[in-house]
Structure formats: C-alpha cells, structure tokens
Write a protein that binds this ligand. Structure first.
Ligand code: ADP
Length: 396
C-alpha cells in the first residue's frame, strides 16, 4: 500500500489544502487540491484534480456557524476516502510564526503546541488559525503525525543586521526583531528556480510575492538575505487591506491625538488600509483594474511605487541585482501591475517584453535586459508536503 500526505494552509477565513500520494521514488505527487472559503460567513468547500475536474463541492448556508474543526473534518474524511489505496501517514501545516527558535520543520507534540501558542501574540491574526487546524486534526486523527512548517524559517539565513530594529538591545533579546514571512513561498520559488534557471538561482534575485498579503525577499544563491516584512506581516509593502510600512509616529498620533483604541488601530492597519483603504472600493486588484475610478488608480499607483521603492532598498542589501521573480495572485497574473513595478525599476536595467508579459510567460524581460524577469507560480502546499515527507523520512 502506498502512502499519502495532506498539506494544510489554514488562515482566518480560508483553508487551502493539497493531497499527495508518495511516489515510489519518495516524491510527493499531487492528487488533488482545493480550498475551504468564507469560514464564519457562508463556508464552501471545493476540491479539484490538477486537471481542474471537481471532485467534491459543498456549500453551507449563510450563518452556518461552522468552525475549522467541522470543516476540516469533512475534508479529511474525503481525503482519506479519496486517497484510497494511499494510506494517510502525515498531515503538514503552514505555521506563520516559528519565532527565533524554530527554524526548521518540527514534528508536533504538546510541548511544541504550547510554545507556538505563546508566539500567537506575535502573529495574532494568523497563528491562532494555524494552531486551530493542528488541534482539529489531532482530535480527528489522533494517531497521525503532524508537521509544522514555519513561514519565518526561510529567513533564518539573513545576517543579523537585517533582523534588528534600532531599539534598545533588550527588546531584540526579548524577540522584538524582524522575522520576515512568506517563507514557504520563497523556498518553493528558490528550489524551482534552481531547476529551471540554475545560473539565475546562483545570483542576486528579488522575489516578489504579491497576493492579498505581499512582501519581497532578497535572495543570494537561493538564501534569504533580506525581506520587507518584519516583526509582523504588517510591515513593508502596501497590501490588499494592510498598510505596510508606516511612520510609527502615525500610530502614536492615532492613539494620542485621535483617541483610537489599540483594537481600532489594529483593525485599521490590518483590515481597512492598503488597496481597500486608498481606493475606498476594494482590496482586490482585479476589481480595481476594472473600476476606472481615479481612487482605484491612486491605489494601484501607490502599490507599484511602494513595491519599486522597497525593491530598490533590497538591491542595496544584495549589492546588485540579476533577477526579479514575480509570484502569487497578482505577481503571477497581473501583467499591468508587473509592468508598472518594472517601469519604476528601469534604472536597474530592467526592460520588459510587452507580449511575453501579457502572456504571463516564464521569462518576461527582453533579451538585452540587464536583469532577467521571470514569473513563477508559487506552491506553498507542495513545499509543506516536501518538508513533511523529509521529516518523516528522517524520523524513519
Ligand atoms: P492570498 O494572499 O489570499 O493567497 P492570492 O495569492 O490568491 O492571495 O492573490 C490575490 C490577489 O491576486 C487579489 O488582489 C486578486 O485580485 C489578484 N489576482 C488574481 N488573479 C488576477 C488577475 N488575473 N489579474 C489581476 N489580479 C489578479
């Protein structure tokens, strides 16, 4: 009997997942993937094969107050049934924060769960959901090993200077430092690049993960040397609903002069800012592009300007630039936004081939562009599956 594993990426309102069978050569082969969406509102579950065939579809009524555990239960029941002759041997999870200590995937036990729970204070909007999924699986499948894969871990290779804030030293010792996120996505892109373009993978590359959450990673030889997210996933680029970097004096002003409470400031910076806040219309880039409203244009201009500006900073961290890789929802699909960002970086010797860009081609730079620009679809679930498998093999 062959073995199967499931990779889960549990967020606040959605859970993405991939089911894999383990091939005879030990590599994970994708069997199906999908998403549970709108948790807390009107949840739906959709599972598809790689070819796009729908394998399972469920829609719950509005107000069905279903928690992660019930929804996951439905999916896991399906996964076990569908894996069929492939026996489920492990479940891997994306865990946003591993703190300073957990810099590689870990087998989950009660002690680890306790430590990760304490890190929830550093990622209050993500970590509790990641851990809720782990607890749910532990209840549904108590004998199945679970593996936690950390979004912060990929950035453990950065020099110390890239991790410090200019605060008194004791704060750094207490864990108030720049961690960086989206590590599973960056690791997947780094590995993939090493296969499709080993020369570029050995150089100085900025990877732009542009989805609802967005960040940039400066990589040298496939290792993170700097990144735009910091202590939390709020730092750096402008995002769908998050402000990105902000003068900390603004936060003080909101509290002291405008009388806002901490929870109100948190809601403002995480949920009401970014593309949504500036456009006043939507956090969704597609919607803004179709809108035609001047406020939507303002939001897109600022998004591109901030991305090019932050990328300029990372060029200094890298000491030059050989390539840019675009990934995630906007990075993979939005030719107009890629063109805007690259235009803002033309000074670095970047020239885009308009046709290749419009086609979301693998390489979108012109042959004489000094910097190679690529599009690589990310696959965080595969990275979780690879780590889970590697850890199981090591354990065995
Ligand atoms: P998440 O961070 O939630 O995983 P995604 O990586 O799915 O987010 O990215 C979502 C963003 O990608 C949204 O702003 C969406 O509008 C944008 N996007 C997806 N497809 C396209 C497209 N074809 N053109 C423009 N933007 C797109």
């Amino acid at each position: 009997m062959t073995r199967g594993i499931v990779a889960l990426n549990a967020g606040s309102s959605s859970i993405k997942f991939g089911a894999y069978r383990i091939d005879s050569d030990g590599s994970p082969v994708h069997v199906a993937g999908g998403k549970i969406e709108k948790i807390g509102l009107s949840p739906s579950l959709l599972v598809r094969t790689d070819g796009g065939d729908v394998l399972l579809e469920r829609q719950w009524p509005d107000g069905a107050n279903l928690e992660h555990e019930q929804l996951l239960g439905e999916f896991i029941e399906w996964a076990i049934g569908h894996l069929g002759e492939h026996r489920l041997v492990a479940v891997g999870h994306r865990v946003v924060h591993g703190g300073a200590r957990f810099i590689e995937p870990m087998l989950v036990d009660d002690a680890l769960l306790g430590e990760l729970g304490r890190l929830s204070a550093l990622a209050p909007l993500h970590q509790p959901h990641n851990l809720a999924a782990i607890r749910a699986i532990a209840r549904i499948l108590p004998d199945i090993p679970q593996v936690a894969c950390f979004d912060t871990a990929f950035h453990a290779t950065r020099p110390e200077v890239a991790t410090r804030f200019a605060l008194p030293r004791r704060f750094h010792e207490q864990g108030i430092r720049r961690y960086g996120f989206h590590g599973l996505s960056y690791e997947y892109v780094a590995r993939h690049l090493a296969v499709i373009d080993p020369v570029l993978a050995g150089g100085r590359v900025i990877v732009a993960h542009l989805g609802n959450g967005a960040s940039l990673c400066a990589m040298h030889c496939g290792k993170s040397v700097d990144t735009t997210m910091g202590f939390t996933a709020l730092d750096g680029l402008m995002m769908g609903t998050r402000s990105g970097s902000l003068d900390p004096g603004v936060v003080l002003h909101l509290i002291r002069q405008m009388g806002m409470r901490a929870e109100e400031v948190e809601a403002l910076l995480y949920h009401q800012s970014g593309l949504l806040g500036v456009s006043g219309l939507s956090s969704d880039m597609r919607t803004l592009e179709q809108s035609g409203a001047p406020e939507a244009e303002d939001a897109m201009v600022l998004f591109a300007w901030r991305a090019a500006r932050e990328a300029g900073g990372l060029v200094s961290s890298l000491g030059g630039l050989d390539g840019i890789v675009f990934t995630a929802g906007i990075g993979e699909n939005d030719a107009a936004m890629r063109a805007r960002i690259c235009k803002g970086m033309a000074w670095a010797g970047i020239a885009i081939d308009a046709d290749a860009n419009a086609a979301n081609a693998d390489v979108i730079s012109t042959p004489d562009s000094r910097v190679t620009v690529r599009v690589v679809p990310t696959d965080e679930e595969r990275m979780i599956a690879l780590h889970t498998l590697a850890l199981l093999e090591r354990g065995a």
